[in-house]
Design a protein. Structure first.
Length: 465
């Protein structure tokens, strides 16, 4: 749902939240991310065997794994944040801010939401000491109000959360413009169809819940203190699209059902069953009925007492589950494809084989493409958040650079071969080129410069290079 008028959000006696479809999708994706499938797929509770128990269902956490793997490759190695030139006053100021604000964890939380829910939301505020803090917010509380006819021209970013005073619930609203923040409180009324929005209340009456917060805070920064980080978004979309797409969900439902069916069959035939004459059964001392002591069942039949009784034998089950297991493997492959999660990222299909770094990177192409897409969405918004936060607290620095480190596992032999080839090229014979090559071997910049400036590094005396 698109909002082009601020007051359209806050119409009295209207349902809250107003965009239930988006909220339901967030709730579903959040439950999937946390492997709480029973909470989001309530119609999926099938009776898999005659006792009706649902414990036999097996939930596979491939959705959560897909997000975890993307974060491993995007933020598995701590990103480098600073100025374009190291060891400058600007560089030190940026690094001090990042260290003090727990920025790395905040960015991780926002990007998990970006992948699984479709949007990450960063918000900047001041703590009691006047320091600017960047925090991540769940996108379910975020409502952008856009310019009529232009989805990309945002007029306001609205954050709305509920709170309680005793048994009465209220809606706390933050309306962010480019020059100020307005705080409001509304009543929330319960009904059979959910919550409805009540009257706007005097904000000063809630000083106990929100101490030190003014009804209107002016910052005059010329930009919003709410910064969204969208996932895939087209020209007609206000919100980003989750990586947990409808195709992946439909495949997962079929996969979980088939997986559980096979498991129930194997459980049913796990205990051995016997067949033999009824005379082999013993009587229950209480019910005086024939009974069998064992893990499985005993199938007894009548036989001619004048003939030699047949042997008591196990019943063997000759079920063919190969087609079902083949179907499961195909569905897992389809699910991996929809989640952009190559099997090699889950340590599948290699089985101990040694592959080159190039081959490994090619097999990871879908995941690397997804990570590159997330990086392109994350980096400019994260830089913007740091710049705004530092201006907000009175220590402005415009030269902010974020470098995302490659999380691909390194293969030392291949790296050394490549560096050795580069080292023989004229471009890398000098001090600068040599120092850069040394840094590729995880030698610090300072140590690399020291090595390259050492007059004896080629075995010669002072002045011989």
């Amino acid at each position: 749902m698109t909002y082009t008028n601020l007051e359209d959000l806050f119409q009295e006696n209207k349902n809250w939240p107003p965009d239930s479809e988006r909220q339901n999708l967030y709730a579903e994706n959040l439950a999937i991310r946390e492997n709480r499938f029973n909470d989001c797929w309530k119609d999926f509770d099938r009776q898999l065997r005659e006792d009706g128990k649902s414990e036999l269902k097996i939930w596979l956490g491939y959705f959560a794994k897909s997000t975890a793997r993307a974060m491993d490759f995007l933020l598995g190695k701590q990103i480098q944040v600073g100025a374009s030139d190291q060891n400058t006053p600007e560089d030190k100021a940026v690094k001090e801010f990042v260290a003090a604000s727990d920025f790395h964890q905040t960015l991780f939380e926002a990007m998990v939401d970006c992948d699984s829910l479709g949007d990450g939301v960063l918000k900047i505020y001041k703590d009691t000491e006047g320091s600017a803090i960047i925090q991540s917010n769940n996108p379910s509380i975020w409502y952008p109000v856009v310019e009529p006819g232009n989805l990309r021209r945002v007029q306001y970013h609205v954050l709305a959360t509920t709170f309680a005073r005793g048994e009465v619930f209220y809606l706390k609203v933050e309306i962010h413009s480019k020059i100020d923040i307005e705080h409001r409180v509304y009543e929330l009324n319960s009904s059979l169809n959910g919550n409805t929005l009540g009257k706007r209340l005097d904000f000063t009456g809630f000083a106990e819940e929100f101490p030190g917060i003014l009804e209107r805070e002016v910052h005059n920064l010329g930009d919003f203190l709410v910064i969204p980080v969208p996932n895939i978004r087209t020209s007609k979309d206000v919100y980003g699209t989750s990586s947990y797409n409808s195709a992946a969900k439909s495949i997962a439902k079929a996969l979980f059902n088939r997986y559980a069916q096979i498991d129930s069959i194997l459980q049913k035939h796990a205990d051995p069953n016997l067949i033999g004459p009824k005379g082999m059964l013993e009587l229950n001392p209480v019910t005086h009925k024939p009974m069998f002591r064992g893990g499985g069942r005993y199938f007894g039949y009548q036989h001619d007492p004048n003939m030699t009784p047949p042997r008591v034998e196990y019943i063997t089950w000759d079920g063919n589950l190969v087609p079902a297991e083949t179907s499961i493997q195909r569905q897992i492959g389809d699910l991996f494809n929809e989640l952009e999660l190559p099997p090699v990222a889950m340590a599948k299909d290699i089985q101990g084989a040694v592959v080159s770094g190039t081959a490994y990177r090619l097999m990871l192409t879908p995941l690397l493409a997804k990570v590159g897409r997330l990086e392109r969405a994350m980096t400019p918004q994260a830089v913007k958040a740091i710049r705004l936060a530092m201006r907000y607290q009175g220590t402005p620095v415009d030269d902010v650079v974020i470098r995302v480190q490659d999380a691909m596992p390194k293969i030392p032999m291949e790296e050394r071969q490549g560096i050795s080839l580069l080292g023989n090229m004229p471009q890398f014979q000098g001090e600068i080129g040599g120092a850069w090559l040394l840094q590729q071997l995880d030698i610090s910049a300072e140590k690399a410069d020291e090595i390259m400036k050492d007059p004896t590094r080629n075995g010669g005396l002072g002045g011989m290079m």
